[in-house]
Design a protein around this ligand. Sequence first.
Ligand code: SF4
Length: 413
Amino acid sequence: MQNLAPALGIYVSIPFCRAKCSYCNFASGVYGADRMAAYVEKLTAQIRQAPERAAAWGGQLPTRVDSLYFGGGTPSLLSVSQLNDIVKVINEVFSVDASAEVTLECAPGQLRDELLRAMPGLGFNRVSLGVQSFVDHEASAVGRTHTRTITLNEIERLRDSGIDDINVDLIAGLPHQTRQSWRDSLAQAIATGVPHLSVYMLDVDEDSRLGREIIAGGTRYGVGMVPNEQTIAEMYTEAVEQFCAAGITQYEISNFARAGRRSRHNLKYWTRQPYLGFGLDAHSFLSTAAGEAIRVATSDDLTAYLDPSISDDDRGTITPVSRAEALEEAWFLGLRLNDGVSLTDITREFGESAIQAFQPILNDACQQGLMEYDEHRARLTHQGRLFANDVFQKFLGVVNSGAPLIQPQGVFA
Ligand code: SF4
């Protein structure tokens, strides 16, 4: 039976870090206690107003929540009392399942004893660790302050406190990384026994310090030691193979899990389930009563976000998603998953023409070895995952919607 009231996922953006990583282009930074306190106050007020704001957007807001994700930034930098304030107001406004997946992003070595002890009481049952590399000089070259020893110790502390649902983020393509050092990081990640791993191929953004240094032709941040695209692609392929051999199955372009340990929260982004984002540079997706949807993005400017003279709706963007755009999204978001897109579901939701319109693209991508499909499902091949954005662009062109590619939140921090 179709579930007419899917549960909501909530993302809470905490854009504060102890140091800025050289490759990072997120709306995050190093700020003092005053700014953090003002931010939490603003955030909790926004959460309280969520039902009214969603109604004003025309969005249907489920009250039941089955996933909460505190990302950033480094949300573990907030005090226990600040995290408690946020969790408390969420529970006042929404009905959070007792079995909800509740994730806190942490930087290894920055999880205080006090917070670790308080986490179960706050409801946190999952931690995502921004490790990026187990090789110390690679981590320090991009501004990470942890070492392999610190990370392994952090995983043990989490397990000792009863949290074993742990994700480790890794990046392929860091400055100084080699095929051999990457193998070392992969082997160590597998050896930790964590149930979930994420691997991102470094895509240097011009808004990061590393990107600006490359454009300026400089030498700082290990610019000359960034592996080339071909090597990064080979590193990614090696991760897929090594994890698969260790029983950690790829389920999305960047995500891998042991049996039964996929991230409920992240899956919402790719299956177009409703989610609500609070805070800086947060994104929301809600259905509307008319059977369409809206996407809402908040400002990525902290000063504007905190400015009481600017109305909340002037700080971000509200974008209606038409049926045609929804169809494109169903394709390019669903194709991120290794399970691919169910052709039956697409037909049921959008009609027979939804497959026919994309048939030439499917055939073309199959001929190029980027996709495969049968009468039930269409999916990317491994080669297709390496060039996923190119494939997704083909699906965007069909109805010429110009709909933005939505970057999943809560990853890669
Ligand atoms: S990568 Fe993560 S920890 Fe590093 S500066 Fe960006 S948000 Fe902060």
